[in-house]
Ligand binder design. Structure first.
Ligand code: 16G
Length: 240
């Protein structure tokens, strides 16, 4: 006797239907996803089942829940290749987006023991720090703190980096071009400070990128800690 076919749980079917709507363009990035109530009515399921289908898609990154507004189809991720020392400005332009920068803080500090070790300088060396909110098409993408030895770039503290590119200024004013860099990536969660600036909820995933950039003589010239939005970035690398 043939075994009766086991039907998948209802939330799986709802998830599949919503995925199909996204894949076929019936639902586009930024569109409002059906609400729990609409799903309960359409599929005759409990609210819990509808919620489960929506939260599965949210966890997978296809939907984004905006507290107080609803659930929306996520924007496509920014795909960034990890094979060259590029700048935020160049990357945004490469993707056909308009970069924009808000300067949150500029300071000259004396390198403490930890910073000195990271930047391969003597403790007490003046370091210029920029904290910048990086945006693309007006959307906050990353929160970046750059540290550079002031001795190598005298006068950098007086440069207005708002809506400009640091790498362009280093190239044009200081005749400096990054030669190579090492970069690490780790997962973090947004605290209230990062969440507020990046327009995401506290606890949302972030990618912490740390970059050590070197000049032609292998001299370290930049140490950067950046928090990239986990829902906006996908890093891509080719392996040989
Ligand atoms: C990227 C780099 C950062 C560099 C900046 C220059 C990472 C983690 N960070 O954001 O090191 O300072 O580009 O961009 O990749 P800009 O020239 O647009 O200011």
């Amino acid at each position: 006797m043939a075994q009766p076919t086991k039907l998948p749980p209802l939330y799986v079917q709802i998830r599949a239907d919503l995925m199909k709507a996204i894949d076929t363009g019936l639902l586009n990035p930024g569109d409002r996803a059906p609400s729990e109530r609409e799903l309960t009515q359409k599929y005759g399921v409990s609210r819990m089942t509808a919620r489960h289908a929506l939260s599965t898609l949210e966890a997978e990154g296809y939907l984004t829940r905006v507290p107080g507004s609803g659930t929306f189809v996520s924007q496509p991720k920014f795909e960034q290749k990890l094979n060259a020392v590029t700048s935020f400005t160049e990357e945004a332009q490469l993707h056909g987006m308009v970069p924009d920068t808000r300067i949150l803080a500029t300071a000259i500090v004396e390198a403490d023991y930890r910073m000195a070790e990271r930047m391969q300088v003597q403790a007490g060396t003046p370091i210029i720090q920029f904290q910048r909110l990086r945006m693309a098409n007006g959307i906050p993408m990353a929160l970046e703190t750059s540290n550079l030895p002031l001795g190598r770039f005298p006068g950098l503290e007086g440069v207005n980096l708002a809506n400009d590119s640091l790498y362009r200024i280093l190239r044009e004013r200081y005749n400096f071009k990054p030669a190579h860099a090492t970069q690490s990536i780790e997962v973090m969660v947004a605290g209230t400070f990062e969440a507020g600036l990046l327009s995401i909820r506290s606890g949302a995933p972030l990618l912490l990128l740390e970059r050590f950039t070197h000049g032609p003589e292998n001299k370290l010239v930049e140490y950067v800690r950046s928090f990239y939005r986990g829902d906006r970035y996908r890093f891509f690398t080719e392996l040989h």
